[in-house]
Design a protein around this ligand. Structure first.
Ligand code: PLP
Length: 343
C-alpha cells in the first residue's frame, strides 16, 4: 500500500464531489456569467464576512494578486522569513508587485505586534514605504501552528496605527478554525484580504479564493486577467469548491488526530531527533545530524511512504482526506519495525 503524505494537495475528488462537478451549471467566467463560480464566490465572501471574492487556479495566484493589488512599485511588505509568499512563490513579490520585503524572525513563522512594529520602515527618503503585512495561518513551515483571534487583533491594531494593510495567506485557514473553534465570520473584519485554498485539506482538485472589499476584488480581477488567469467554464471546478465547503470542513479534525498520532509514533524512532509540536495536519521532524533528509525520504519511498524534505535534516508529513485509518495502522506498523534501521 502506498501512503502519500507529501502534501494535502494529493487528494483525488470523491465520487460525490465528482458528481457535483458533473452536474454543475456553467457559463463563461471571463464574461462574468458562470453561475456556479458566482455562487462559490458569494458563499465564501459571506462565510468570512467579506464583501466579495475571486476564484483563482492557485493559492500562489491569490496571494500574488493580493500583494500586487495592495502595493505600488517600491513599497515594502512585512512577512515572516518562513512565509510561503516569500519562500515558495518564485520571488513573486519582486516580480509581480515590484515590491521589497522586510523579513521578521517569528516563533515558528508567526508574527507578533512587536515584530511588525520593529520592521516598519522609518519615514526616510532612503527607505521603501511599508504598505502591507502578510500573515500565514496555519504556518506551513512552522509545522501547522496557528494564530488565535486576539493575536491577530493585536497585529491589526498596529497596522491601523501605522496605516498598513493586512493580508492573510489562509491556505490552511480551515485547519486553524477547526482547532480554535473560531468562526470564519470573525476573520473578515480583521483583514484587508484573505486567501484560502480549496485544493489542500478541503480536497478539491484545483482552486483558491481571494476575499476582500468589492473595489479591491475588482482590481484583482483585472490583474488576474493580465496574468492569464481568466477562465471560462470554471464552474465545474467551483462546484467542487461549494461541495467541499459544505462537506469537507468538519472532517479536518480527523486529519489532525491522525497527524498527532503520527507525531507520537515517530518519537520512538532512534534516527529522529525531534518532532515539532503537532497542532493541525502537519508533522515536521528533525533527523539525527548524520542523516540527510533527502536520503531518508528516498528510503521512506522504497517502503511505500511518500514525504517531502523540509530542510537539510527536516522531513514533512501532511495528513489529508485520502489518508485513512487503515493507512495510519500500516504506517504505525512500519514505524514499529523501525523505518531506517531496517534498511
Ligand atoms: C499551498 C500553499 C499556498 C498556495 O499554493 P498553490 O500550490 O499555489 O495553490 C500558499 N500558502 C501556503 C502556506 C501554502 O501551503
Amino acid at each position: 500500500m502506498r501512503i502519500d503524505l507529501r502534501s494535502d494537495t494529493v487528494t483525488r475528488p470523491t465520487p460525490a464531489m465528482l458528481e457535483a462537478m458533473f452536474n454543475a451549471e456553467v457559463g463563461d467566467d471571463v464574461l462574468g456569467d458562470d453561475p456556479t463560480v458566482l455562487a462559490l464566490e458569494e458563499k465564501a465572501a459571506r462565510l468570512f464576512g467579506m464583501e466579495a471574492a475571486l476564484f483563482c487556479p492557485s493559492g500562489t495566484m491569490t496571494n500574488q494578486l493580493a500583494i500586487r493589488t495592495h502595493t505600488r512599485p517600491g513599497d515594502d511588505v512585512i512577512c515572516d522569513q518562513l512565509s510561503h509568499v516569500y519562500l515558495y512563490e518564485g520571488g513573486g513579490i519582486a516580480v509581480n508587485a515590484l515590491a521589497s520585503v522586510s523579513l521578521a524572525q517569528g516563533e515558528r513563522g508567526k508574527l507578533t505586534p512587536e515584530l511588525v512594529r520593529e520592521h516598519i520602515q522609518p519615514d526616510d527618503l532612503h527607505k521603501p514605504i511599508t504598505r502591507l503585512v502578510c500573515l500565514e495561518n496555519t504556518v506551513n513551515k512552522g509545522g501547522g501552528c496557528y494564530y488565535t483571534i486576539p493575536e491577530i487583533a493585536a497585529i491589526r491594531t498596529v497596522c491601523d496605527e501605522h496605516g498598513l494593510l493586512l493580508h492573510l495567506d489562509g491556505a490552511r485557514l480551515f485547519n486553524a478554525l477547526i482547532e480554535t473553534g473560531d468562526s470564519p465570520a470573525a476573520y473578515g473584519p480583521l483583514f484587508d484580504s484573505i486567501s484560502i485554498c480549496l485544493s489542500k485539506g478541503l480536497g478539491c482538485p484545483v482552486g483558491s479564493l481571494l476575499l476582500g472589499k468589492t473595489d479591491f476584488i475588482k482590481q484583482a480581477r483585472r490583474f488576474r486577467k493580465l496574468m492569464g488567469g481568466g477562465w471560462r467554464q470554471a464552474g465545474y471546478l467551483a462546484a467542487a469548491g461549494i461541495y467541499a465547503l459544505d462537506h469537507h470542513v468538519n472532517r479536518l479534525k480527523l486529519d489532525h488526530a491522525r497527524a498527532r498520532r503520527i507525531g507520537q509514533l515517530l518519537l520512538d524512532l532512534p534516527e529522529i531527533e525531534a518532532v515539532f509540536p503537532v497542532d493541525t495536519n502537519i508533522v515536521i521532524f528533525r533527523l539525527s545530524p548524520n542523516i540527510l533528509a533527502a536520503d531518508y525520504v528516498a528510503l521512506l519511498a522504497e517502503k511505500g511512504i511518500l514525504a517531502v524534505t523540509f530542510g537539510k535534516h527536516l522531513v514533512r508529513f501532511v495528513t489529508h482526506l485520502d489518508f485513512t485509518d487503515e493507512q495510519l495502522e500500516q504506517l504505525a506498523l512500519k514505524i514499529k519495525e523501525g523505518v531506517i534501521t531496517q534498511s
